[in-house]
Each structure stands twice: as structure tokens, then as C-alpha cells.
Unconditional design. Sequence first.
Length: 384
Amino acid sequence: MIQRLKFEWKSFLVMKNALLLCLLLVLFLFNFSTLSFTQEDMMSNYIGSLDQEIRIYSINLEKEKKLAKESGNEVGLENLKWKDETLDLMNHQITALRRGDWNEYYILQYKKNNLSSNNGVKKNLEELRERDPKLYLQLKKDDALIARFVEKKIPITEDIMHPLTAWGTLEDTLKFASNFIVIMLFSILFCDFLTNNFEKSTIYLYSFTRKKKRTIIDSKLFVQFFSTAIFLIFSLGLLIVSKAMINGFGTSKFPVVIGNDIYRLDFSYISAPELVISYVPYYFVVLLFLGILFLFLGAYLKKTLLSLGVFLVSYYGFTLIKDSEMMKTFSPFIPYSYLDVYGVITQTDLYFPRASFLIGIIYLLTLSVFFYALTVRKMNKLEI
């Protein structure tokens, strides 16, 4: 077994696989683009945009008051009082930003959100919920994030909507690491290594016995899985530590909002380190599933490009139609739904069930066992 693992390891470490891993690493490092900004840049941008927003808001409010007075609408004037309070909060916010006090800024934003939700804005959001539920969900998650910081008195030392610290940017890092492009590159890496021997028929010459044929599969899977798992841990660790060295770790209590019920809005919360603890094991399950899937496709299709094409076309096609009304019922039962690790954990899509994390692990592992059994069965029927 050790000799076979050495052989498979040498087969894996060819130039094109090394180039693919380098490409993946470069892609991961593009996540550093946000580090070109500083907290001072963020604050300066906020001050400029908020100052303009205050001027426009004030002009529009005066117009509304003037119309209400001219029409003798006392009820209308009374209803505009909450807008006066909002304007006052906005003026206090810009003062807080000029002092460099993000904590005070977001406490005022929390009060402003509560004020808006109790008045006319609530109706507009309900219309948005029906028109664009995913955008509505994201806006509500943003509000829930601010509320969590304020209610739990978590210190706010940066712009939590556009953070720069390692823990603050963790969600963006992990979201990027499991997007379609990264999964596609991992798929190319897996497909080339795991299906190439089937196409060239060299795998048929490895062994005459069933036991050794199974060893072939196990050794190829182990080398592929171990290599990509180490690469994943190294890349994520490099990103997190590098961001920490530049902008600090930030608070480890940085909340991650989980949930997708747009009516009850009963979100749950985990901290940034807890997200990592859930993310890495789940990603390992995804890598294992992809490895076994490509072994299965290679054994039955015997063409590397065909195997890769079948996967990429079907996966990309699914990402295009997964949110359509027609697919909402079926999407939770399609394995591709559970390849977006970040999306499964935080439930970014509306069709995910509440226990999507556990369901995804069980579903992908079950399919992995099924495809593995079919691949072994096919291998046992091979004749030299």
C-alpha cells in the first residue's frame, strides 16, 4: 500500500496539477483586494456620503412639511416627527464618525433602524420581500448583525458592514473559497488525476485481483483528498493570518447571521471561529464527494473531458436556475445545492431547510458511499 501511495503521489505531482494549485492559490490571494483600503478611508467615504444624504433628506423633509402645512394636514405633520428624529440621529452619526467612533455610529444606526421599522419604511420592505426575497433577506441579515452587536454589547472597532480585520472579513473569505470558480478549478484538478487513467486504460494494468483493484481506488482517492485538504487549510490559514498581520484579528465574537425565513426572521448566530469549525469539516466532505464522483464518472464514461464537461455544464446550469419558481421545490434534493459550503452553513438560499448543514453532510456522504460502491463494482468487472 505504501509503495502504491508513493506511486500515486508522484503521478499527482505533475506540472499541470502544480499549475492548477498555483492558480487556485493566486485566486485565493485576490481576496486581499480589500486590504488596499484602511479604516480611515472607510470613515472618510462614510462621512462624505452621509453628509450628502443628510442634505438631501433635510431638503425633502422640509418640502413634505411645507406641503402638509399648506394643506392644513395636522396628522401629516404629526407623522413626520419620526423623520425629524431620524435626521437628528443622522447628524449625531456624522459627529461620531468625525470622532472615529464606530461603536457610537452603529448604536445610532440601530436606533435609526428601529425607528424606521416602526413607521412607513416597514411597508416598503414588505413589498421588497415579495419582489426580491433574496435582497430582502440580505438587508434583514444586515440589520440583525447590527442589532446583535448592540444588544450583546460587542465592541465595534471597525465598519462592520465593510470590515477589514481577519475575523471581520472571515465571511467574505469563506464565501469566496467555496464559490463556483473555486469548485470548478478543484473539479478540473480532480477530474484530470482521477479519470485520466481510465481514458488511457492504464488503470486496467495495475492489478489482477479484486483486492488490489480496490486498493487502486483507495490510494488515488487518499492522495487526491489529502493533497487538496492540506492545500485548503494552508490557503485559508495564509489568508486569515496575513489579514491579521495587516489589520489585526478584530473581535473573535464577530457574529455570523444564520437563517433564511423571510417571514419569521428567526435568525440564529455563531461567532467567526465557530464558522471556521463548521466550514472546514464540511468542505472536506465536499472534496471527498467530488473525488468519488469523478472516479465514478471516469469508470463509466472513460473520457476525461466528457466527465468534466458533464459535471461543469450540469453544475453551472443548476446555479442559473436554482432560484427559479420551478426549481424551488426540487433544489433541496439536488446534490449541487450542497457544494456551496458557506451558503449551506449560513443558509443564503431560500430553499435550504433549517438543518441544511447536517442534511448536506449526510446527503453528500450517502451519495459518496453509493458512487464508491458503483465504482468498485465497475472496477471488479474490468478484464485485462
